[in-house]
Ligand binder design. Structure first.
Ligand SMILES: NC(=O)C1=CN([C@@H]2O[C@H](COP(=O)(O)OP(=O)(O)OC[C@H]3O[C@@H](n4cnc5c(N)ncnc54)[C@H](O)[C@@H]3O)[C@@H](O)[C@H]2O)C=CC1
Ligand SMILES: O=C(CO)COP(=O)(O)O
Length: 345
């Protein structure tokens, strides 16, 4: 198998044909041009799969993007996973464990698994790489996380973007980075899987808060304050879990936080804005057609931080709003009334 012998994979499976799964398949497909490598997408809906196979498009998620011809799709996960040396996972975080239980026996024996997901599992407070290791019985050297300022729509338009490919084993991270490097996408490797995942998870919660600010029509000082203090609490959690501070000041930390908190393309930012405008969470959920991970992961982050003894006031306040214990108008006064402290604490 190629991971073992160092050769690039001949087949890559991407499970999840939503916004990011489809876009990342395009990244892989463009990078594979002229190599003979095939990219096979698994989707749940026959009409999505048919559109990809017959028209090289996924109009449900990426209406204007033409997909490379080396991408095919199927609803048959067995067929998609057969002989795939690299398996990329892009389903909503809270559904991953259950999905993996059905897929576990179908993976090729030496497959490397990549998580594109930015969520924390409710109830267990586990990161997606931990869920993958547990359910597929994989060692950390075969589990990779891709994360960074990666708004799918911009990448689908081939706008220059950098990202992070993280794995405990540098050789695996390099192996994966080499197959996802088309001209418009530049991955950097990193061995800090914890820091990379925590950066991607918590920025969604902070983006909900910045979205709330936007919905309330407060200005840039407030949003910059939330972003900066949001990064401080994200970094505290990552460090407590064994992550590195420099990861959080890199692409998967600050980079993703800035992209998500500033972009109207972000689903978390959009959901926050609607809350800030006065919609209830139920109304927001009814309007969302794509996954906004922060809505559910917020609670898991709060629980994990409490378990680790890490102070996360912005996360706690956002969860208070999501759970109906606080109104959006309570947020500012609550956060500002906290006891004064040193910026570095
Ligand atoms: N869209 C983006 O710009 C980015 C998304 N991500 C992350 O990627 C992950 C996936 O997000 P998107 O593709 O954007 O979401 P999406 O909402 O666009 O697509 C989710 C996909 O999962 C499928 N799905 C929904 N429920 C499912 C279930 N119960 N079992 C199996 N499949 C199910 C949907 O049919 C769809 O194909 C999330 O964790 C997100 O945070 C990360 C970076 C960028
Ligand atoms: O993770 C993302 C950008 O890096 C996408 O953010 P949203 O899930 O909020 O759209």
């Amino acid at each position: 198998m190629s991971f073992v012998d160092g050769l690039a994979p001949a087949k890559v499976a991407v499970l999840g044909a939503g916004s990011w799964g489809t876009t990342f398949a395009k990244v892989l497909g463009d990078a594979a041009e002229g190599t003979g490598r095939s990219i096979v997408l698994w989707g749940r809906r026959q009409e999505v799969v048919d559109q990809i196979n017959n028209h090289h498009r996924n109009p449900r998620y990426l209406s204007t993007t033409a997909l490379p011809v080396n991408i095919t799709a199927s609803t048959d996960v067995r067929e998609v996973l057969a002989r795939a040396e690299l398996v990329v996972l892009a389903v909503p975080a809270q559904t991953l464990r259950e999905q993996l239980r059905g897929w576990a026996g179908l993976l090729a024996p030496d497959a490397v698994v990549v998580s594109l997901m930015k969520g924390l599992e409710l109830g267990t407070d586990q990161r997606m790489s931990q869920v993958i290791e547990q359910e597929l019985n994989l060692t950390p050297d075969r589990v990779v996380v891709v994360s960074g300022p990666n708004l799918a729509m911009e990448i689908a338009r081939q706008e220059p973007t950098a990202s992070v490919v993280a794995c405990a084993a540098e050789s695996t991270a390099k192996w994966v980075a080499e197959v996802c490097t088309p001209a418009y996408f530049r991955p950097y490797t990193n061995d800090d899987v914890v820091g990379v995942e925590i950066g991607g998870i918590v920025k969604n919660v902070i983006a909900l808060c910045v979205g709330i600010c936007e919905g309330q029509k407060v200005g840039d000082n407030t949003k910059a304050s939330v972003i900066t203090r949001g990064l401080a609490e994200t970094t505290r959690l990552a460090l407590a879990l064994g992550g590195k501070a420099e990861t959080l000041s890199g692409l998967a930390g600050l980079g993703d936080l800035v992209a998500t908190c500033s972009s109207s393309l972000s689903r978390n930012h959009t959901a926050g804005r609607m809350l800030g405008e006065g919609l209830t969470l139920e109304e927001v959920n009814n309007r969302m057609t794509q996954t906004a991970e922060g809505i559910k992961s917020g609670r898991a982050v709060k629980d994990l931080a409490a378990k680790m003894g890490v102070e996360m006031p912005i996360t706690n306040a956002v969860v208070g709003v999501l759970e109906g214990k606080l109104t959006v108008d309570d947020l500012g006064p609550l956060l500002l009334a906290r006891q004064l402290k040193s910026e570095g604490d």
